[in-house]
Design a protein around this ligand. Structure first.
Ligand code: HEC
Ligand code: HEC
Length: 357
């Protein structure tokens, strides 16, 4: 019994004499081993969790609308051009403004002749990775989406049939279209307007944030509270069940219990109970720059958002099964907010294009 094979806490095992002591010693070693294995298991869990949030290497472009620099230039110019609206005052950037993290900083959008829209202008950040568009999912691609607001009487109120003629009368645009679609003899079309704008939108990507530096291995990039906030986000807070992946969106629809009358996705899927009052999960990158929150702009701060998920939601048959009282402590709420703020990147200011004449 005395030739126990290893030392404990630097003490030689031989210091212990009785059989009983050696037995206790063995037990302590065993418990120590179990605890260290558990700690190890937890840290591999965090490593695996972190892998789910790694940034992608490049931007995905669809095969039927591949990237080109010329198309991007044309798309960006069109995006910032207010001549694409009937009043000559509204561009896409009016409501999806880089200064407000590509939203408009307001609770509800404001459209043609200052009419208030029914929903908040969402950000266009990181949409290249989304699979369906609009709060209610009524558009399948960015190309399909792009012409909608120009045509909408409530938004840019433009007669799309006039658009090619209008653009064709601007020599600078004739040149930009030629460069963007060199294989076509008559490239100025609404279809190509949509393709160019969609190409530009796909390049609107949030830059590297402190969170990304931590994911890549820089332990000093986040504070302890921010790291715990990430764990709460993935465990007790249950946020990651919908806000998943590096953009923090599952590109799906859920009723999260906002008291708004708007049935969202339910309009298109009237028979599906869980789609009533369901809206698209929005990504959370740069979220600190985009208050107020939700499709109705009803939650003013990130603290309000956390309180909503903790216990403030409306219970109704359509409420997502993933939404339940969270019983978060005051500290956990603070840690969650601290974590959300680590998703903000310090992006280069966006330069406005000189509009062609
Ligand atoms: C008057 C404000 C306004 C203008 C101008 C406007 N939008 Fe929007 N945009 C909105 C609102 C509001 C929504 C959400 C509407 C909804 O989901 O019902 C939206 C939704 C979107 C979405 C969907 C985002 C997502 O996460 O699914 C995209 C993409 C978009 N707009 C791009 C554009 C482009 C491109 C233009 C210019 C051609 C444009 N918008 C002009 C207000 C505007
Ligand atoms: C059941 C799925 C689900 C869960 C769980 C969930 N979310 Fe959401 N989240 C959504 C959807 C859907 C929206 C958009 C809802 C709307 O506007 O009607 C949203 C919106 C948000 C917004 C506002 C984004 C914006 O641009 O307006 C924030 C912030 C947010 N969630 C954070 C969280 C946090 C933090 C948690 C965990 C405590 C969480 N979410 C849990 C689905 C979910």
């Amino acid at each position: 019994m005395h030739d126990f094979p290893f030392a404990w806490n630097g003490l030689d095992i031989d210091l212990y004499s009785t059989e009983e002591q050696v037995m206790w010693r063995g037990l302590i070693v065993l418990i120590g081993l179990v605890i260290s294995q558990l700690a190890l298991a937890e840290s591999t869990e965090i490593v695996e969790l972190k892998e789910e949030y790694e940034r992608p290497k490049g931007i995905p472009f669809p095969a039927d609308n591949p990237y080109s620099e010329a198309k991007l230039k044309l798309g960006k110019t069109l995006y910032f051009d207010p001549r694409l609206s009937e009043s000559g005052t509204q561009s896409c950037a009016t409501c999806h403004n880089p200064s407000f993290s590509w939203g408009d900083g307001m609770g509800l959008g404001v459209g043609h002749q200052h009419q208030q829209l029914g929903r908040k202008s969402p950000t266009i950040l990181n949409l290249a990775w989304d699979e369906i568009y609009m709060w209610d999912g009524r558009k399948a691609t960015l190309e399909e989406q792009a012409l909608g607001p120009m045509e909408s009487a409530a938004e840019m109120n433009l007669d799309l049939k006039q658009l090619p003629t209008m653009l064709g009368a601007i020599p600078g645009y004739v040149e930009l279209f030629k460069q963007a679609f060199p294989e076509q003899t008559d490239p100025i079309s609404t279809k190509n307007v949509a393709k160019a704008i969609a190409t530009f939108e796909r390049t609107v990507v949030s830059g590297e944030a402190p969170f990304d530096r931590w994911i890549k291995g820089d332990e000093n990039a986040l504070s302890e509270d921010e790291k715990v906030g990430f764990i709460v986000f993935n465990t007790k807070g249950n946020c990651a069940s919908c806000h998943s992946g590096w953009t923090f969106s599952d590109s799906s629809f859920h009723d999260i219990g906002l008291p708004s009358e708007d049935i969202g996705r339910g309009k298109f899927l009237p028979k599906m109970e869980k789609m009533q009052f369901a809206f698209k999960t929005v990504g959370l990158r740069n979220i600190d720059l985009r208050a107020p929150y939700m499709h109705d702009g009803s939650l003013v701060t990130l603290e309000d958002v956390i309180n909503h998920y903790n216990s403030g939601f409306v219970k109704r048959p359509s409420l997502s099964d993933e939404i339940e009282p969270l019983n978060l402590t005051k500290t956990e709420k603070k840690q969650l907010v601290a974590f959300l703020k680590t998703l903000t990147s310090q992006d280069e200011p966006v330069s406005m294009p000189v509009l062609p004449r």
